[in-house]
Design a protein around this ligand. Structure first.
Ligand SMILES: [Zn+2]
Ligand SMILES: [Zn+2]
Length: 154
């Protein structure tokens, strides 16, 4: 489903957007699903299902981790958020659908969004058609973050 296009949504329209998509897909927007979505929108990091599950404990003490994981996966399939599979990391989720890439600190595991429109708009390598049709591109940049560099832990 990851078409190569800008799927950004304004924060005002986020809930309408969610409702509309769930409606179209014939998925009931339950209270639990809505809370999971809200938690993802509020998350400024790239949380794992476990992290979202922890954050929901206060509001939804009985929610199962499996429910959180399955809901996040459904949201990914519907294009509501993005499932990230960064090398060597657990599955993470990202509610930021603006076209972007990820910087990954190999020391502290911090993940930062990276915007690179020149890359997004650059032409694909010649001969890519013999491999297949590209629908999305995602760069994973690895290195040390500023903080880790300052600590001189190289
Ligand atoms: Zn770091
Ligand atoms: Zn991101």
């Amino acid at each position: 489903m990851a078409k190569e296009m800008d799927m950004s949504i304004t924060s005002d329209g986020q809930f309408d957007h969610l409702k509309r998509i769930c409606n179209e897909a014939g998925i009931k927007l339950t209270h639990q699903r809505l809370e999971i979505f809200k938690e993802m929108v509020a998350a400024k990091d790239h949380p794992s299902a476990e992290a979202i599950h922890r954050r929901l404990q206060k509001k939804l003490p009985t929610i199962a981790l499996d429910t959180v994981y399955r809901t996040l996966t459904t949201f990914d399939e519907l294009g509501i958020l993005r499932k990230l599979r960064l090398t060597g990391e657990r599955t993470l989720f990202d509610a930021n659908l603006d076209r972007h890439h990820h910087f990954f600190c190999t020391r502290c595991k911090k993940i930062e969004d990276v915007y690179w429109p020149e890359f997004d708009n650059s032409s694909l390598p010649e001969g890519i058609g013999s491999i297949g049709k590209i629908r999305a591109r995602h760069l994973e940049l690895h290195g040390l973050c500023k903080k880790c560099l300052a600590e001189g832990n190289e």
